[in-house]
Design a protein around this ligand. Structure first.
Ligand code: KE4
Length: 424
């Protein structure tokens, strides 16, 4: 008798491309079939067959408090009782704008959207409209959502499925996207020397976490900031994943840099569809209706989504979350490193705050080329052994894992024990 998830997936494949509404969920990077989730709470998820799993994906980042936190559920219920969508300015939009401007000082004006893709796509159009230039620079293996100009040497699912340069993107448009190896200062200097005055924007994941997880080399982002300032290029920090996760002010608070624009998503929606973008008022004022750059959205500023996001942000502040997430992340990292020592596996564990990745290759990993040395067959074997042991990790070597405030010491002990058994 096939499982309920398997039956559901068979039916889904008849109606939905690949049986999924987002490619990375299809388990193509690890083989096998995805399970269907029945419910989630705290650090756990249960599939249709009632199997309990310890979740380290956290719906790809939003579940920083854990799943279904009471504060978020209550806020959504309270908002829903007053109506679910207005298409008219509502007080939640004011409070969210106040919060973002207070938490992220580089953001002088902000606009709400419905996904990280919308946020980064809007940043690009705004940068092009503000500068009057067409070219953009992105980095190999970085993923910024699925807007055409950004599906060039992209990470995440595009990389997992071997389509970093998606079909359907006009060659003439893709030619305006210059891609560089990440952490390569000479390549960065060269592109600015060659065509800096033709570049509208540089967009970078503040911490690249869509080819696993690797960190900027010391001085790399600082030099990027300097070059953008010198050549009048808009520096866009994609903090969709790191925003409100690594610190109240995202990674830019940690590194002390001020991008010109920031893209946000995930945590800011408390699990509901929310994105945002913002930055220097001089640039944001180019947006319609004040300026010539058009951008819009029926559900932008949706009251339920903003109520969920605001409740989540308030909880993070109330619980002194970032100190706890760093402690939990460090404790988990030590457990993983101990398991690698005991099994003698020369694999590369990398982490920042509550985001982590285990590469099946000796480290360190500084860029996409390093990440692609990982033994993906061994990773797939490890993934399924962990799943069989009740631990759900991201179903691709080219993704990051996430801890939440709901992950207890016991959860971390169990996960480390299962991961160690799965390494052999
Ligand atoms: P969304 O459009 O999926 O909300 O956000 C796009 C995006 C933008 N920027 C960064 C740094 C991102 O990581 C993402 C989306 N992340 C992936 C996981 N790596 C979402 C999962 C999926 O595509 O199903």
């Amino acid at each position: 008798m096939s499982s309920l998830s398997s039956q559901a997936f068979a039916e889904a494949r008849q109606m939905i491309p690949g049986g999924v509404n987002s490619p990375v969920r299809a388990f193509r990077g690890v083989g096998g079939e995805p399970f269907f989730v029945q419910r989630a709470s705290g650090s756990k998820i249960w599939d249709l067959d009632g199997r309990e799993l310890l979740d380290f994906v956290g719906t790809w980042g939003p579940a920083i408090l854990g799943h279904a936190p009471k504060a978020v559920l209550d806020a959504v219920a309270e908002a829903a009782a007053k109506g679910v969508s207005f298409g008219i300015p509502n007080p939640y939009e004011l409070e969210m704008a106040r919060t973002i401007l207070a938490w992220v000082p580089s953001i002088e004006k902000v606009r709400m959207v419905n996904s990280g893709t919308e946020a980064t796509m809007s940043c690009l159009r705004l940068a092009r409209g503000y500068t009057g230039r067409d070219k953009i620079v992105k980095f190999e293996g970085c993923y910024h959502g699925h807007a055409d100009s950004l599906l060039v040497k992209a990470g995440s699912g595009a990389l997992t499925h071997g389509q970093p340069d998606s079909a359907g993107v006009p060659a003439a448009l893709a030619a305006l996207t210059l891609t560089l190896p990440y952490n390569d200062l000479s390549a960065l200097e060269a592109v600015f020397a060659r065509e800096g005055r033709e570049i509208a924007a540089v967009i970078v994941e503040s911490i690249p976490a869509n080819a696993g997880l690797y960190l900027p080399r010391p001085g790399y982002l600082e030099r990027m900031r300097e070059l953008c300032t010198k050549f009048g290029v808009v520096l866009i920090f994609d903090e969709v994943m790191t925003g409100f996760r690594l610190a109240k002010g995202g990674y830019q608070e940690i590194c002390g840099l001020r991008p010109d624009l920031t893209a946000l998503g995930k945590v800011i929606g408390g699990g509901l569809p929310v994105g945002a973008f913002g930055g220097r008022a001089e640039i944001m004022n180019c947006l319609s209706p004040d300026g010539p750059v058009y951008q819009a959205g029926t559900l932008s500023g949706n009251p339920l989504a903003l109520a969920a996001g605001l409740a989540q942000l308030r909880e993070l502040e109330r619980l002194d979350a970032y100190r706890q997430l760093e402690e939990r992340g460090a404790a988990f990292e030590e457990r993983i490193r101990a398991a690698l020592r005991r099994t003698g596996r020369d694999y590369c564990a990398q982490r920042i705050g509550s985001m982590f990745c285990l590469y099946f290759t000796p480290g360190p990993v500084w860029n996409l080329a390093d990440a692609q040395r990982s033994d993906r067959t061994a990773f797939a074997r490890f993934f399924h052994a962990c799943l069989a042991g009740g631990v759900y990790l991201a179903p691709s070597q080219f993704e990051a894992g996430f801890l939440s405030l709901a992950h207890s010491e016991a959860d971390l002990d169990l996960a480390a024990e299962v991961m160690e058994r799965s390494l052999v």
